[in-house]
Design a binder for this molecule. Structure first.
Ligand code: ADP
Ligand code: F6P
Length: 461
């Protein structure tokens, strides 16, 4: 079997990352083995010494990291990746923050990563590049003569053509994708956006076999909804350590778990809960809402703003509805161990997942996996999460922009009879157990092997 070489910006190096990509790829690498290459921040690079990838032993797979100076971290990660591409891909051009030099740093970091990695590659490796930080990487590897199959997977939504038009300094954006044998996206919605953007902006032609003819190249694109280790997470939830009492006088617990990102709709969620509390009948169960939102990308202004908004709003809701022994909102601003998280999901009667736009949202799937099937909780899910394409049958789909829609979801969840909870949960469990992380990895890699083989055949004629 060819060795799998995975590239992503972040490599798990002993910290406690809370992001879908690292969680999913950790499961993939733990079962497949191989080499994982990424970046890490360093104070300074060894000036005259040989610039090399640093080996991080201690995992069941090999890990190599390229050091980024604080300036590179600024321009490539905080800058172009997270102040330009992230807001654009999430449909938030209003939050774009463009600074001089970001784009150059982004492309030069990708080029250097290609140069340092190429000597580590073997001719029969399968290369799988992940996410928006590394879109140009295949293009750079091809320039160095790398002929291996190279696939790309985007964990976040793909934007509509107008989003890409806002990348005013980036004439190469569409071309970068031609270097891949296969482009994988999360959902059908993303594939439609991708095809639409290439037809509108690149005059690409959609062929009857689903490929795009773009300039003199062919691009193969398809959706591969990312999965979780469903049975592993369920077992972790069953065996989770004893949890402290969540609150003294609430009858029901509702949970939210997200990086503190503006794409997650956290203020909208609190306004929805506030609307529910304002409307609820006197006899309704008291609900404690536990929001776990670890910090992320805190040096970017938009993330500072969202933190301030959330803190203000949770104070407001607690002031309005709190009582002695009852705090409606408990807000925890840090990462917690996965075993404990699994236990909290199982303990919670409701999960409230309200992104304004999200590639997939693994939290929604983890919540389903963690439930006790005899007495499962209810998932309230934004129709703008990628996961809504797969979980529509079982989740209560809501519109996060409409506080009344969230409040209505909470009311339905609180009052849902056991039979209906079981039926809905069974539909969702069957979907996430069938399309789990192993399925995602195997399906993508099989499609990549086919796409690369057909490209080689067409090149040899
Ligand atoms: P994103 O990739 O945008 O962060 P996802 O919902 O797809 O969103 O993935 C988030 C992952 O990070 C999930 O596996 C979730 O369990 C994990 N996570 C999120 N918040 C925390 C936290 N506070 N502590 C531990 N893990 C977290
Ligand atoms: O899943 C989307 C994603 O951007 C991943 O690429 C990333 O690992 C994760 O969210 C967390 O973000 P960050 O790596 O910036 O902490």
């Amino acid at each position: 079997m060819p060795r799998l070489v995975v590239f992503s910006n972040r490599v798990p190096l002993g910290d406690k990352p809370s992001g879908g990509l690292v969680v999913a790829l950790n499961d993939t690498m733990a079962s497949q083995g191989g080499l994982w290459i990424g970046t890490e921040t360093v104070k300074e690079r060894s000036g005259n010494g040989p610039d090399a990838l640093v080996n991080h032993p201690g995992a069941t797979f090999e890990r190599l990291a390229m050091g980024l100076t604080p300036e590179e971290q600024d321009g490539y990660y905080l800058g172009y990746s997270n102040s330009v591409l992230w807001p654009l891909f999430h449909g938030r051009a209003d939050l774009l923050s463009v600074s001089v030099g970001q784009f150059t740093t982004y492309t030069s970091v990708n080029r250097r990563l290609a140069e340092l990695s190429a000597p580590h590659l073997r001719p029969d490796d399968t290369i799988w590049i992940h996410d928006y930080h590394l879109i140009p990487l295949a293009h750079e590897l091809r320039k160095l003569g790398v002929r291996n199959p190279i696939g790309f997977f985007l964990h976040i939504p793909f934007p509509v053509a107008n989003g890409i038009r806002a990348l005013s300094d980036n004439a190469e954006f569409l071309d970068w994708f031609s270097a891949y044998d296969l482009v994988g996206l999360q959902t059908q919605r993303d594939v439609a956006n991708f095809i639409g953007a290439f037809r509108t902006l690149g005059r690409a032609e959609l062929l009857s076999d689903g490929r795009l003819r773009f300039n003199n190249d062919f691009i193969q694109v398809a959706s591969f909804p990312i999965g979780i280790d469903a049975t592993g997470f369920r077992t972790a939830a069953e065996q989770a350590p004893e949890l402290p009492e969540i609150t003294t006088s609430a009858q029901k617990v509702m949970i939210g778990v997200d990086r503190l990102d503006y794409s997650k709709g956290l203020p909208h969620r609190l306004r929805g809960f506030q609307a529910f509390l304002r409307e609820r009948h006197a006899e309704a169960d008291r609900i404690a809402f536990l929001q776990i939102a670890p910090p992320t990308r805190e040096d970017v202004q938009a993330y500072k703003d969202i933190r301030r908004d959330l803190e203000q709003l949770s104070g407001e809701v607690n002031g309005e509805f709190g009582d002695i022994g009852y705090m409606p909102v408990q807000y925890i601003h840090r990462s917690i161990p996965r075993a404990r998280l699994a236990g909290l999901f199982r303990r919670a009667d409701i999960a409230l997942v309200t992104p304004l736009n999200d590639g997939m949202n693994l939290v929604a799937k983890e919540y389903v996996a963690a439930q006790d099937e005899a007495d499962p909780g209810v998932l309230i899910l934004s129709r703008f999460a990628g996961a809504a394409e797969q979980l529509a049958e079982g989740a209560l789909l809501i519109n996060p922009y409409d506080a009344a829609s969230i409040a209505d979801g909470i009311t339905r969840a609180v009052t849902m009879p056991l039979d209906e909870r079981r039926t809905r949960h069974a539909a969702m469990w069957s979907e996430i157990a069938r399309h789990d992380n192993d399925w995602w990895t195997a399906t993508f890699l099989q499609s990549l092997a086919r796409a690369a083989a057909s490209r080689r055949t067409s090149e040899s004629f």
